[in-house]
Write a protein that binds this ligand. Structure first.
Ligand code: 2DT
Ligand code: MG
Length: 212
């Protein structure tokens, strides 16, 4: 009741299809917040550095084959292994800008045909993002942008399915930003939305878990 609100950092996630501009925008947002004197770190999932992350990476570059459910659980475990650190960072006032999170986890696996609820279950209890910035771009348009790489999933037909599942996962933490706008316009929009979110968290918006 008379709980003093705790100032904390915010968890800001960028999501979108491959070639939607996510990674560039993460980098830009990160430097901007840093230049504003805020405590901020840039994270990404999969985190390919850890032992689990290396298994994921070798799967993505087709050096290994894994059952669809097994790889789904590895992606999730890769987030779980960073959960405690994530909570400490947020509680100590550091803002996190994260390139992909549970929404990618669910959308990509569901696009392979796995049951949506089954895909969501292992994400339950991870920290819920304060803000999800979804860079919305038609899959055809994304495919035109310098082409896809050679990794698994980087194919137009598959990306179309992923896009459908992403939009089915939208919740109140989401802001859909038109990824077809000029890079500078997207950057400006993201800055504004991020600053707003950071202020709310600093003023004590409570930390909650997925899927709330
Ligand atoms: P990058 O291109 O961003 O490195 O992603 N993916 C990602 C999943 O299938 N499940 C997940 O939980 C996450 C985080 C999306 C590599 C690919 O991995 C997919 C693209
Ligand atoms: Mg990629």
């Amino acid at each position: 009741k008379d709980k003093t609100p705790m100032a904390r950092g915010s968890l800001i996630v960028l999501e979108g299809l491959d070639r939607s501009g996510k990674s560039s925008q993460c980098a830009k947002l990160f430097s901007y917040l840093q230049s504003e004197g805020l405590s901020v770190e840039a994270w990404r999932f999969p985190d390919r550095i850890t032992a689990i992350g290396q298994m994921i990476s070798s799967y993505l570059v087709n050096e290994s084959q894994l059952d669809d459910k097994a790889i789904h659980l590895l992606f999730s475990a890769n987030r779980w292994e960073k959960r405690a650190l994530m909570e400490r960072k947020l509680k100590s006032g550091t803002n996190l800008i994260v390139d992909r999170y549970s929404y990618s986890g669910v959308a990509f696996s569901a696009a392979k045909g796995l049951d949506l609820q089954w895909c969501k279950a292992p994400e339950e209890g991870l920290i819920a993002p304060d803000l999800v910035l979804y860079l919305d771009i038609p899959p055809e348009k994304a495919a035109e942008r310098g082409g896809y790489g050679i990794e698994r999933y980087e194919k137009l037909e598959f990306q179309k399915k992923v896009a459908e599942y992403y939009l089915a996962l939208r919740d109140s933490s989401w802001e859909v930003v038109d990824g077809c706008l000029k890079m500078e316009a997207v950057e400006e929009k993201l800055r504004e939305l991020a600053m707003n979110c950071i202020l709310k968290c600093w003023n004590g918006k409570p930390l909650v878990n997925l899927w709330s």
